[in-house]
Design a protein around this ligand. Structure first.
Ligand code: F6R
Length: 243
């Protein structure tokens, strides 16, 4: 669906989250970054109660302690958890040097708590989570190298390029695809190419988000800029929101 603004798209995302919760969703998969910020604001301001809900985040920078201001632990605390505590909230541990141990721990969490609804953003190179181009479609949690485009894009959250971590722990694409429902949020011109390739292009590991074409329950919420490279054929098929 295409909206005039991030706010209007996020209101639709909020409706989906609310309906999923009312339908019995117990586990939410959460993303960080700018794309879900307005959704989190709507959740913070809502009367939804997450005290019986489990959250599982997609990723965390390797090398950042939970209390680092740019860690995804800090982001989630600021954006959502301080206002809306969950029963349990899981993120990868960016301080765990033993990748085998941390990825096994996280994969077990995903086995114990199958995700009902996964929120996703998308990178300018079409990454989902920190699964960069070339990541295997059947992948599980891994410690990954961030692509140069991702380091560049995330510089805005740090003081300088040098401060952006070069690695992260990320849920794999195989786990993301096991979520029962997925909401993909993309806003702004910088996402237009990634959205076009993911929706209209071939399903290929070179374009990680293209795998979502094979998921049975994905809601793609875009603003006009993110949708601006889509073909007239695609645009004639997608719902243009009346806002
Ligand atoms: C964040 C994540 C990433 C972001 C993507 C877009 O947890 O997994 O895939 O969703 O990098 O980031 P923003 O929304 O900041 O443009």
């Amino acid at each position: 669906m295409i909206f005039d603004s991030q706010l209007e798209a996020s209101k639709e995302a909020f409706r989906w989250v609310k309906e999923s919760m009312e339908a019995g969703a117990e586990v939410l998969g959460l993303a960080t970054g700018s794309s879900p910020e307005t959704l989190y604001q709507l959740l913070r301001e809502s009367d939804l109660d997450f005290r019986e809900t489990v959250s599982i985040n997609l990723d965390e920078y390797y090398g950042l302690a939970p209390d680092h201001p740019q860690s995804y632990h800090s982001y989630m605390e600021d954006q959502l958890f301080h206002a809306k505590p969950f029963k349990e909230s899981y993120l990868p541990d960016g301080t765990q040097a033993d990748a085998g141990q941390e990825t096994a721990r996280y994969d077990q969490i995903l086995v114990d708590h199958p995700i009902d609804l996964q929120i996703l953003g998308i990178g300018t190179n079409a990454h989902i989570g920190f699964n960069e181009p070339g990541a295997p479609f059947d992948g599980r949690t891994q410690r990954v190298d961030l692509a140069p485009a991702t380091i560049q894009a995330n510089q805005r959250f740090f003081g300088s390029l040098d401060e952006v971590p070069r690695q992260a722990y990320s849920m794999g694409i195989g786990s993301i695809m096991e979520a029962k429902e997925i909401i993909l949020l993309a806003f702004g011109q910088a996402k237009a190419g990634a959205i076009q390739a993911s929706i209209e292009g071939p399903v290929t590991e070179a374009v990680p988000a293209s795998i979502l074409q094979r998921h049975p329950h994905v809601l793609v919420l875009l603003d006009r800029e993110a949708a601006s490279d889509l073909s007239p054929e695609t645009l004639s098929q997608v719902k243009q929101a009346q806002v």
